[in-house]
Design a protein around this ligand. Structure first.
Ligand SMILES: Cc1cc2nc3c(=O)[nH]c(=O)nc-3n(C[C@H](O)[C@H](O)[C@H](O)COP(=O)(O)OP(=O)(O)OC[C@H]3O[C@@H](n4cnc5c(N)ncnc54)[C@H](O)[C@@H]3O)c2cc1C
Length: 411
């Protein structure tokens, strides 16, 4: 293996994989494999749900981003043979060989074995998931008769969100805003009911007290119902069963969205390498996989010790690790010394409904419409490639970022 001829294969075109690929230009023959044709800036999936941003803003095409810097294969990796140094794809007979492998296929929704959860609840991780949820909200609105009693509107528009972390809060406030706006536009009587269910005794565990205050105020303002210390026992097509203390209650629902946790991509289990108790690959401080110096892992599948605990499982971490990964892949190929790094917080930002946000930066929290603008500015800067940033920044600046109302289907 020599510089420029090294075959570098990267699995996963998300925050870890795509940004590594972009930085490896010229380091060898780089191939990125992703099961979708686009990258997805997941922190703005809520804005996609509400129509504040469009698919091309947050899910640019991988081929366009990579231009001629790397090969791109849209396919699913079925198996990795670490000893044979090959990767098998679902859609190709012939395996792909590598000199250096970068593993970053991200996480999957964790339904924690709850009865009916995987079958009946809606996940929220992809553009398709957001499309399904938007469609479900619209269909339920379309079913309500114009003269329905307020309690019937409320029953027809009861949505439960399982998981009170940042995702649950952002989703709940967006959905409450969208549904309330649609009820008003259609001149219906009554209100939607959006409920967050959280097993712990508080929401957004891991976030500071100051930002939590903003979150709690926002949820009250949006009239989102919060059930803490509550466990989900069962999900069916039209209901969710909850346990609080020793009592169980069944709630009729129009939809249950599951954002209560993640597990590493199932591909990792098949590798037979060292993982921690959550199934994450234990990586060296250089991001190398133990006993396989030519294999690197990062992002949601990797356990990296030198990191602020609240950063685990975030785009911020995968994004920061991609720089170290690219640097170390180059060093490995050239026979240079590999480096390690401590990863720290870059700041937190939560969208709260379609007009507000809370941003924590340099220890200070700002809230309201100004924070929403700050969040858009912060995220523009983190989109991949300057070319894409420029196009999206111009679109947001000149065309605005207003939500798209939930119009009747077929409108
Ligand atoms: C709705 C939502 C909101 C979030 N908000 C924030 C936030 O505000 N701030 C923050 O820091 N983090 C946030 N996160 C977490 C963040 O998105 C992840 O931590 C981050 O994306 C991890 O990067 P990654 O490269 O490990 O995985 P990903 O970005 O998920 O990329 C993995 C890629 O690999 C592909 N893939 C999976 N399996 C295969 C396979 N077998 N073959 C080929 N390709 C495969 C996937 O389709 C995906 O494109 C959010 C996550 C979600 C779901």
């Amino acid at each position: 293996m020599t510089k420029n001829s090294a075959k570098i294969v990267i699995i996963g075109g998300g925050f870890g994989g795509l940004f590594t690929a972009l930085e490896l230009h010229g380091a060898g023959e780089v191939t990125l494999i992703n099961d979708e044709d686009h990258f997805l800036f997941k922190p703005m999936l809520y804005e996609y749900l509400s129509g504040e941003v469009e698919a091309w803003h947050i899910a640019p095409d991988c081929r366009e981003l990579l231009e001629n810097q790397a090969n791109f294969i849209k396919d699913t990796v079925a198996e990795i043979d670490l000893s044979g140094k090959t990767v098998e794809l679902v859609g190709r007979k012939q395996a792909i060989s590598y000199d250096v492998l970068v593993i970053s296929p991200g996480a999957a929704t964790n339904y924690a074995g709850v009865e009916g959860a995987e079958q009946f609840s809606l996940p929220f991780r992809s553009l398709n998931d957001a499309n399904h949820l938007r469609r479900r909200m619209t269909e339920e609105l379309d079913r309500i008769q114009p003269d329905a009693a307020p309690q019937d509107t409320r029953a027809a528009l009861t949505f439960a969100i399982v998981g009170g972390g940042a995702s649950g809060v952002e989703l709940a406030t967006k959905m409450a805003d969208l549904l309330r706006d649609a009820v008003k536009r259609r001149a219906l009587r009554g209100e939607p009911r959006v409920v967050i269910i959280e097993m712990a005794d508080r929401l957004v565990p891991g976030m500071g007290e100051e930002i939590r205050k903003y979150v709690e105020n926002a949820l009250e303002e949006f009239r989102v119902e919060v059930h803490t210390d509550t466990r989900v026992i069962r999900v069916t097509e039209k209901s969710i069963t909850l346990e609080h203390g020793h009592s169980q209650t069944e709630m009729q629902t129009a939809g249950v969205v599951w954002v209560a946790g993640v597990r590493p991509n199932p591909l990792i289990q098949t590798l037979g390498i060292e993982t921690d108790r959550r199934g994450l690959i234990v990586v060296e401080p250089t991001l190398q996989v133990r006993n396989y110096p030519n294999v690197f892992a990062l992002g949601d599948v990797a356990f990296y010790a030198d990191v602020v605990p609240t950063l685990a499982g975030t785009a911020q971490l995968a994004f920061q690790q991609s720089h170290l990964c690219a640097q170390n892949v180059r060093a490995f190929i050239q026979g240079d010394k590999l480096r390690s790094k401590h990863f720290a917080e870059l700041g937190e930002a939560l969208s709260l409904g379609t007009e507000h946000a809370a941003v924590l930066s340099a220890g200070k929290v700002i809230g309201g419409p100004l924070a929403r603008q700050a969040r858009f500015a912060m995220y523009t800067a983190r989109l991949p490639t300057w070319h894409h940033r420029l196009r999206v920044g111009a679109s947001w600046f000149f065309e605005g970022t207003q939500p798209r109302p939930l119009q009747p289907l077929g409108f």
